[in-house]
Write a protein that binds this ligand. Sequence first.
Ligand SMILES: [Zn+2]
Length: 242
Amino acid sequence: MFIGHFGVAFAAKRLVPRTSLVVLFLSAQLIDLLWPMFLLLGLEHVRVDPGNTVVTALDFYDYPITHSLAGAVAWAFGLASLVYALTHARRAALVSGALVMSHWFLDLTVHGPDLPLWPGGPEYGFGLWDSLAATAGLEVGVFAAGIFLYVRSTSTRGPRRHLALWSLAGFLLLVQAGNFFGPPPPGASAIAWVGMAQWLLIAWAGWADRARPQESRSQERIGPLAGHSPASAAKASVKNAG
Ligand SMILES: [Zn+2]
């Protein structure tokens, strides 16, 4: 799974409008950002195996530190604790941890049975990667829904804001198309180095989000009304009163 993870991160902005998209991207994609480091360190392994599934030519035969369920829980707890230590925002920390976990469960839907519950434990994966149409539907569907929710939670004025967001969205879609239709990577170290380049997406998210200050920055209330302006909230309550 690739852009689906970013879709979930975009959507989460609605829950925590004052939390930067940098934190949301980092959380949703954390274990795929750590994975290339563990590959380069020789602690996890992948091999190129054309035809492994219809969608991917990669055989993820050894990645228990980043991609076991137990590992994901530990990374989620670690990142949520860090977010809480830095921001004292309990809601942001909880959402951050939940996003880390969302990665494992989204991977579970598409991967073959290669995601262990714990290092050395039984491995699962529902294998949606055996169908390109089903995988593309899920990836693009989650991504589009996430962007829709993000745009509704943030201010949309100004051409620079549009450029920052839509160039990021377009780039992510291009990378996804490359994953679907491009040739298999030459080897494990190429996979690792391309994986490391994903850190640039985190910086890009910072640019896109800074260019789109959310409307509710001055508003204390977060929750069902997050993303609505105080004026629209007031209008809603007037309507309810009437
Ligand atoms: Zn992953």
